[in-house]
Design a protein around this ligand. Structure first.
Ligand code: PHE
Length: 344
């Protein structure tokens, strides 16, 4: 046999040794060292081929193929053994440290919006898509903007409707966001459409549906020829959008700053109009007090009521959130209880 081809037998021999030695490795370090001692730069397999450059092309082809085959085999033995040994080591580690893989991990707290904020943003988006701007006013208000400018003079019995906290300095925590109506009429160039979301305060006994602090979203649309049908269209669309309301109705109501004044009811979302505890067996839920801006309110702001018309509304915002998320106790929204809030 050609002398150079004797190297093929050597490769076989090295392979046999490699197989035996790698198979009997007791741990990963040993396996690693042994693997190198065959295939590393100074490994036995590598050494055998050190003078392959002097071989003829045919010899190179045969010897090359043989050595590649041996190398691949050694590598696959190494890989298999490595998996086996690292599995063993993991098991050993787990036994030693008694790790219980079935214990649930720490829950990662994810930030999400408070339901009131989420609905507030949804409603704001809805109104701004119809050209409404968002405006704000102070929470501590003068009685002028909270009452007088809204056609509620001091001696008017209607003032009692808003159970007002009076501060020692004569100011009031606003009882409704309608105060922002009065301010906006005075300062904003006409025509305009605005919404004014914000907190309001009333001296009330706290129960499931009343708190002394609550959220309202005021709306005011003023232009030359705003009509009751505009109010109807926009507010019906609002309750459809926000609450999925299918049936609605308007009832006459009295608010000194609107004429006519109305309450928009939706068919009770809990019982479908059949009557239940939530709708007090009426089949309807009142959601948006509203009406056409009273001429006196325009006059107070220096606007000619013959020239401009408008409609206004004041949504009890917490109530919208309760209806939307099926919450029966308003207090739950304000206690900061994560077990409750995380459900939304
Ligand atoms: N401000 C009224 C309230 O809080 C609601 C309302 C606003 C009614 C706008 C009509 C128009 O009771």
């Amino acid at each position: 046999m050609n002398k150079n081809l004797e190297v093929i037998d050597k490769i076989d021999e090295v392979f046999k040794d490699a197989k035996e030695i790698l198979e009997s490795a007791k741990n990963l370090n040993e396996l690693e060292d042994n693997f190198r001692s065959f295939t590393g730069k100074k490994g036995r397999l590598t050494e055998i081929l050190h003078n392959i450059s002097s071989y003829s092309p045919e010899e190179k082809k045969i010897v090359g193929a043989k050595s590649n085959e041996a190398k691949n085999e050694i590598e696959s033995i190494y890989n298999r053994k490595k998996n086996e040994l690292s599995g063993n080591e993991n098991k050993k580690f787990l036994n030693e440290y008694k790790i219980d893989l079935t214990i649930p991990g720490n829950r990662i707290e994810r930030f999400h919006k408070h339901p009131i904020t989420a609905v507030l943003e949804e409603a704001s988006d809805f109104f701004t898509s119809m050209g409404f701007e968002i405006v704000e006013g102070p929470e501590i208000e003068t009685t002028h903007y909270n009452f007088d400018a809204l056609n509620i003079p001091a001696d008017h019995p209607a003032r009692d409707v808003w159970d007002t906290f009076y501060l020692l300095n004569g100011l009031v925590p606003r009882t409704h966001t309608s105060s922002v109506q009065a301010r906006t009429l005075e300062s904003k160039p006409l025509p305009f459409r605005v919404i004014a979301p914000g907190r309001c305060y009333r001296y009330e006994a706290v129960d499931a549906t009343h708190l002394f602090m609550f959220n309202q979203m005021e709306g005011l649309f003023v232009a030359h020829n705003v009509k009751l049908s505009d109010l109807k269209g926009i507010l019906e669309e609002t309750v459809r959008h926000l609450l999925g309301a299918k049936k609605t109705r308007f009832r006459p109501a009295f608010y000194p700053f609107v004429e006519p004044g109305l309450d928009l009811d939706i068919e009770c979302v809990f019982c479908g109009g059949r009557g239940c505890g939530v709708c007090k067996n009426t089949g309807w839920i009142e959601v948006i007090p509203c009406g056409m801006v009273h001429p006196n309110v325009f006059k107070y702001a220096g606007i000619n009521p013959k020239e401009y018309k408008g409609f206004a509304f004041g949504m009890g915002f917490d109530r919208i959130v309760m209806l939307k998320y099926n919450i029966n106790d308003l207090r739950l929204l304000y206690q900061g209880n994560l077990d409750i809030l995380n459900q939304f």
